[in-house]
Ligand binder design. Structure first.
Ligand code: DQA
Length: 152
């Protein structure tokens, strides 16, 4: 039986536009366009549609999450520093009720204490942290697996 065409929104939060030049010892040497290209290749393998957006602004990210409603079946998000501060992004994810996977390039649990808490994790399907650019690819695989196997 043919599978329904899934569409995933990838959201990159603040400072991720600086990837490649930003603390490469922590975040790696790939820039955002290169990460998006890898995601596009992975999406093609998984046979899902994918859209990308990056913003340094909390409200813009909230608007993007709202606009995913009815357009995308899943959200892959690296909320950047807003992970640790944003009730608004958490409420947006909970509000649209679109299955969401949270990803981080670095292992936030090996870093400063303030990075150990995520406002997003309790409303996400799950979280992947610490595998560099691969975190995004693993996150996309996990999200698509979840979408194709969810029973509710
Ligand atoms: C990050 C981890 C956050 O703590 C940090 O503020 C970022 C990037 C990561 O991908 O490792 O901006 O989300």
């Amino acid at each position: 039986m043919a599978q329904a065409n899934l569409s995933v929104l990838v959201l990159h939060g603040p400072n991720l536009n600086l990837l490649g030049q930003r603390e490469p010892g922590i975040y790696g040497s790939l820039n955002l366009a290169e990460i998006n290209r890898l995601l596009e290749q992975e999406a093609a393998k998984l046979a899902v549609n994918i859209d990308f957006s990056q913003s340094n602004h909390e409200g813009v990210l909230v608007d993007k999450i709202h606009s995913a409603w009815g357009q995308h079946q899943g959200i892959l998000i690296n909320p950047g520093a807003y992970t640790h501060t944003s009730v608004a992004i958490r409420d947006a994810v909970a509000g649209v009720n679109i299955p969401t996977v949270e990803v981080h390039l670095s292992n936030v649990y090996r870093r400063e204490e303030f990075r150990h808490h995520s406002y997003i994790a309790p409303v996400a399907v799950g979280q992947i942290s610490g595998f560099g650019a691969q975190s995004y690819l693993l996150g996309l695989q996990a999200l698509v697996y979840h979408l194709r196997n969810q029973t509710n």
